[in-house]
Design a protein around this ligand. Structure first.
Ligand code: FEO
Ligand code: CA
Ligand code: CA
Ligand code: CA
Length: 723
């Protein structure tokens, strides 16, 4: 979902002082390139000679791991897969999860949403079950699926769309219940196709109101005290659940992303706060006078669960135990859920920092080594983070019965870092702690303690000098070689000045260009996004090497500034978001959340077989006055990147799970028809999408309300997906 904040005014590099020292920098870069090419750089890259020959990694007839016919771009209101594949809907928003809940109706009259599948399906993980219902990661015909629900579509949740504020409690209760997480059991039927089980005892709904524990360094911190939890140990709900991760011990991590938008601040709240508090709240996108995203706090004579969405100072206490001034501090974490135990206590793992958590990717677990967790903060100009556990990995922990205790062992104590990229293809992880003098001496915010550093990780990364990035989204680790991939979805805010050329470009975020849409004007910046790749010697390394694996682009765009990866019409894409190496194949799946290329195609998923860091060359981008040199991965051949599917109208494809044998692949279609008029009174003809009703799922047929849904893809011959 493209709703980034833009609050990073820290003045941090981008990589270097582009504007001040263009010429010097260019000379330095050339020198760096020469040094690296000569093998003199600290982290020599393979084949990184700036000879202008930006070579494909393999010949045109290279090995074909991607044994399917590329799907053309599509703007049809349909879910399109290659010939020989079939897509079926598993579960959609509103489907009942418990006994006694009525079947979903197409008229917006579906009460009791806390007992139905939530809305806006996003990240998703597969948790295998044995025949007798025990955790079994290798199981392929019975499993739990954990699904994030990022936002809601009030236009479709209510009979006639949402009422104007003040919002009625009846509507708000539906919306607050339709977010969070769903855990649902599924099993293969007699035809070998998964079906979800409506009354499984494993089914669970976690909503914006579910009680959750604060764990790690922020448990009991003074800045977590609220009227709900005067001791600062609990909060309610996990909010704006975006990407996910499956931990090596078999639990779910869910990322709380655009949670800031869910808290209103009164205009007068600034006067009741210290300068430091006001600065920190604004840096997290909450200046005074900002409304709640869905106006949930406006329910008249609101009870406590509605009031909590206003995070202003309203009480008389000094410490905040009597109001919700600190309520916003209870969101913004990686939150751990044990899907196998529907009664387990959910924990916010605060040691991983508080920011707009997209997702998380674990380093390959190695006995005796710490675990690293790579994470993106998805707002414009925000950072890439790494958490390193204090505890070294013990393979016995992969099968321990008390999974949440294992989570505490690895995720409640460790070090948090933010990434700084250097122009020469190297980088460093900057420690976010009061042990780092740059953090302790920061003049824009006085960190009270290391808990405060985690609570305000963005400010600590500002202080440490991390590199501002083009909206870091999902990350994934190549199981073969440990390379880390991080999507940078776009930067539509980067300016192109007629005199100075591109503003704010650097080696890791090197593009700024104008793109023309066929249906409207131009858009500028890093319109189509890119995918960065990192490698490091071990999980606790504080240095890394990097290149840019792939640039999103239209296939006919300028090859020297835009289509740097040489994408063809079978490969072009925009807005990379979810990315994940398959568990049962060697394929890296790239899923898009795009608003830029939608005149040509709806959001899609591509299959890739990437090489390795350093398989390409340094490339110079000529922005006029500014020249940028950046390491770019090898251009993908036709058998190394191919479009696998395209979704219906006005949606994003997100979340990816697989059976461990790679023969069933699950993806989510989020917010189809999001471009429809917000007032449902526009009627069914006004909806821009009628999916999945129009493919025969649920009621409504060709005039159905659109629904977020989980889709499973199988190959008709029963083979591995994509191969
Ligand atoms: Fe929720 Fe950044 O996508
Ligand atoms: Ca996105
Ligand atoms: Ca275009
Ligand atoms: Ca996303």
């Amino acid at each position: 979902m493209n709703q980034p904040e833009d609050s990073n005014d820290s003045g941090n590099p981008t990589i270097g002082s582009v504007v001040q020292a263009r010429l010097q920098r260019r000379q330095f870069l050339k020198a760096s390139v020469g040094a690296v090419a000569a093998g003199l750089g600290p982290f020599p890259l393979a084949g990184c000679v700036d000879d202008g020959a930006h070579r494909p990694r393999s010949g045109p007839s290279g090995d074909s791991a991607l044994g399917f016919e590329a799907v053309p771009k599509s703007i049809a209101d349909a879910f399109v897969v290659p010939p020989g594949y079939t897509a079926r809907v598993l579960i959609a928003v509103g489907d009942p999860l418990f006994d006694g809940v009525a079947a979903y109706r197409d008229d917006g009259d579906n009460p009791d949403y806390a007992r139905r599948c939530g809305d806006w399906h996003d990240g998703m993980e597969y948790f295998g079950l044995s025949a007798n219902g025990r955790p079994d990661p290798s199981a392929t015909d019975r499993a739990l699926l954990a699904i994030n629900h990022e936002w809601v579509s009030p236009a479709f949740l209510h009979a006639s769309g949402p009422s104007a504020p003040p919002r009625p409690a009846s509507e708000v209760d539906i919306e607050t219940a339709a977010m969070g997480v769903t855990v649902v059991e599924m099993a293969k039927d007699s035809q070998g196709h998964f079906r979800y089980l409506e009354a499984s005892p494993f089914n669970r709904r976690i909503t914006t109101l579910t009680e959750i524990e604060i764990s790690g360094p922020l448990r009991g911190h003074p800045k977590l005290k609220t009227r709900y939890s005067p001791t600062g140990t609990h909060t309610r709900g996990t909010i704006n659940n975006c990407g996910t991760s499956r931990t090596p011990w078999g639990t779910l991590l869910t990322g709380e992303e655009n949670w800031a938008a869910f808290f209103a601040r009164d205009a007068a709240d600034a006067d009741r706060r210290s300068e430091a508090e006001n600065y920190a709240l604004a840096r997290y996108g909450r200046p005074p006078g900002t409304p709640q995203a869905y106006q949930w706090n406006t329910v008249p004579d609101g009870a406590d669960p509605y009031q909590r969405w206003n995070t202003s100072v309203t009480g008389a206490s000094q410490d905040g135990h009597d109001d919700y001034r600190h309520e916003i501090h209870g969101q913004g974490y990686m939150t751990e859920i044990d899907p196998y135990d529907p009664d387990s206590v959910i924990q916010k793992r605060t040691a991983l920092g508080r920011f707009a958590h997209e997702a998380a990717a674990f380093s390959r677990p190695q006995a005796g080594e710490p675990l690293a967790v790579y994470m993106g903060d998805d707002s414009r100009g925000e950072y890439i983070y790494k958490f390193v556990s204090d505890a070294p990995w013990d393979p016995a922990d992969a099968v321990v019965e008390n999974r949440m205790a294992v989570g505490a062992k690895y995720l409640d104590a460790g070090k948090l870092y933010a990434a700084r990229f250097h122009e020469d293809g190297t980088g460093e992880w900057l420690l976010l702690s009061k042990a780092n003098p740059a953090v302790t001496d920061y003049d824009r915010y006085p960190f009270a303690d290391d808990g405060d550093v985690l609570l305000h990780a963005r400010l600590a990364a500002d202080a440490a000098g991390a590199t501002r990035m083009d909206r870091p989204e999902w990350s994934t680790v190549n199981p073969d070689n440990g390379d880390v991939y991080i999507t940078l979805t776009n930067n539509s805010g980067r300016q192109i000045d007629d005199e100075d050329g591109a503003i704010g470009v650097d080696a890791a975020n090197p593009r700024a260009y104008k793109d023309r849409r066929q249906d409207s004007g131009t858009q500028s910046g890093n319109v189509n996004g890119h995918i960065a790749r990192l490698a490091e010697d071990n999980p606790s390394s504080t240095r890394f090497r990097w290149d840019i694996y792939l640039f999103g682009a239209e296939s006919d765009a300028d090859a020297s500034l835009i289509n740097l990866s040489g994408l063809t019409a079978d490969q072009d894409f925009s807005g990379p978001d979810c990315i994940r190496f398959g568990s049962g194949t060697d394929i890296c799946w790239i899923l898009t959340d795009d608003n830029a290329m939608t005149d040509q195609s709806n959001a899609m998923m591509l299959a890739a077989t990437p090489g390795q860091l350093g398989d390409g060359s340094f490339v110079e981008l000529d922005h006029g006055e500014t020249k940028i040199v950046t390491p770019v991965g090898a251009q993908p051949g036709p058998s190394e990147l191919k479009r696998f599917m395209v979704g219906p109208v006005d949606q994003e494809i997100t979340g990816l799970a697989e059976t461990p044998d790679g023969r069933v692949l699950f993806v989510n279609v989020q917010h189809p028809g999001a471009g429809s008029p917000i007032a449902g009174a526009a009627g069914a003809e006004g909806y821009t999408s009628h999916w999945p009703g129009n493919m025969g799922y649920g009621p409504g047929g060709d005039l159905a309300r659109p629904r977020s849904a989980t889709v499973m893809i199988t190959k008709d011959d029963g083979g591995k997906i994509g191969s």
